[in-house]
Design a protein around this ligand. Structure first.
Ligand code: SF4
Length: 425
């Protein structure tokens, strides 16, 4: 009998998410190593070495979703981090300062107390940090600042940007060398030889978790869909934070079973109200998750495709570091315009989307800098309309409900018109 026997997928999500943060705090209190990690950074080496990982991006998203961002963002701005910096980094760097202040003075700063009152889980200060720049270069400077401020070691897995497929062998070799260097750094930190047998087990677990995630997300291709993409956003916490653990596999298999049962019974996410299907490109607007969802639902627009959750579907052959290197380099955000458009269009085709909504995210320059070119390529291939709205994943000051509503209404009108024309033809 497992600890989650009898729980449904949502209960498992809540249980494992809380446990994940509580375990990291407990590990820190016991003097065990805790690492802060970039979200699409390989966790396999650290997990194999028994190092606990927490994810500042996921934590910052929780701060945003629970409406605790403004005050902490202002703290970061007073330190000189402007609104043009990624809001995940601003939240994390300000949060780090609050933890340091609490540690030094023994008194919990007011801003930290407010986050505690919002039930935002605590993360401990790290003993080590790790990042992989397969999602952006911001992480490099952000984590460098953490390493300097806290005087902790920083593992960097530097991956070359992939301008065109296929991935050149020299890039694969370069990333494998980064992996080997990371393993050496972990050996230095733990004072123990690296356990390669355990790495195989962790890789196997990671691939099982990803297979379960793919299966659950794949249910969005059913028409009408039993899954709303906004549920995908919620469940993402575990693919980000626990993909190398059984927790992710357990939860996503349960979710896939529940969705299959719904599909078999003819129950869809909108209870018969799905009129059109869209893809969402970009990160969710965490402080406005409810508004962004409800505005689409009111128009019968079900969001069923997104490249964001699939960024964690990193497939590779277990035991093969070259394949693992390729898997992490294939992350959509590490790819040039053509491959990015190809990934988006393929997701739209697989999930029968009739349109796409782009989040023009002020925080995330990597996603924004390619938006217009990618939009046109996707439109050319899928022959579907698109709209774009301005927003930010965790800074609520950069999002306007009215603008969002206007854009999705316009997209809905075009999609409805195209649907009507198709039905008449
Ligand atoms: S939101 Fe964008 S800029 Fe910020 S960490 Fe993620 S990928 Fe990098």
């Amino acid at each position: 009998m497992t600890e989650t026997e009898g729980m449904n997928a949502k209960q498992k999500l809540a249980y494992y998410t809380n446990k994940f943060y509580a375990d990291a705090m407990a590990a820190h209190d016991k003097g065990e190593l805790v690492c802060w990690s970039g979200s699409v950074t390989p966790p396999e080496f650290l997990v194999a070495a028994g190092i606990h990982i927490v994810y500042p991006e996921n934590h910052a998203a929780a701060v945003g979703a629970k409406h605790g961002a403004i005050e902490i963002l202002e703290l970061a701005e007073r330190k000189g981090y402007t609104m043009d910096n990624c809001s995940y980094s601003r939240i994390n760097l300000a949060y780090m300062d609050l933890l340091v202040e609490e540690k030094k003075t023994g008194v919990t700063p007011e801003a930290l107390k407010k986050l505690d009152e919002l039930s935002i889980p605590r993360i401990p200060l790290p003993d080590i940090i790790i990042l992989c720049n397969n999602i952006c270069e911001v992480l490099l400077k952000w984590y460098e600042n953490i390493a300097v401020s806290l005087n902790v070691p920083c593992i960097i897995i530097d991956v070359p940007f992939i301008h065109h497929m296929p991935i050149p062998q020299r890039s694969v070799d370069y990333v494998v060398a980064q992996f080997k260097r990371a393993i050496e750094q972990i050996e230095d930190l733990t004072g123990k030889p690296f356990d390669y047998d355990n790495l195989i087990k962790v890789q196997e677990q990671t691939q099982r978790s990803i297979a379960a995630w793919d299966k659950a997300m794949g249910m969005a291709s059913v028409v009408p869909s039993p899954l709303s993409g906004f549920d995908m956003f919620n469940f993402m916490a575990l693919i980000v934070c626990a993909r190398s653990h059984f927790a992710a596999e357990d939860t996503f298999n349960t979710l896939a079973e529940e969705l299959q049962a719904k599909a078999d019974a003819g129950i869809d996410a909108f209870k018969g109200g799905e009129r059109t299907r869209i893809a969402w490109e970009g990160i969710a607007v965490w402080p406005y998750l409810s508004h962004t969802y409800k505005a689409l639902k009111a128009l019968g627009m079900n969001m069923v495709g997104s490249t964001y959750p699939s960024a964690w579907s990193t497939h590779y052959e277990v035991g093969n570091l070259e394949e693992m290197a390729k898997g992490y380099m294939k992350c959509i955000y590490n790819n040039g315009i053509e491959e990015r458009a190809n990934i988006i269009a393929t997701i739209m085709e697989n999930t029968n989307c009739n349109g796409i909504l782009y989040h023009n995210n002020r925080s995330c320059k990597n996603m924004d800098c390619m938006t217009v070119e990618v939009q046109e390529l996707v439109k050319e291939r899928t022959k579907t309309p698109y709209a774009m709205f301005d927003g930010d994943q965790t800074d609520p000051r950069n999002f306007s409900e009215a603008q969002y509503d206007t854009r999705v209404e316009a997209l809905s009108e075009i999609m409805e018109q195209m649907k009507a024309e198709k039905e008449q033809a």
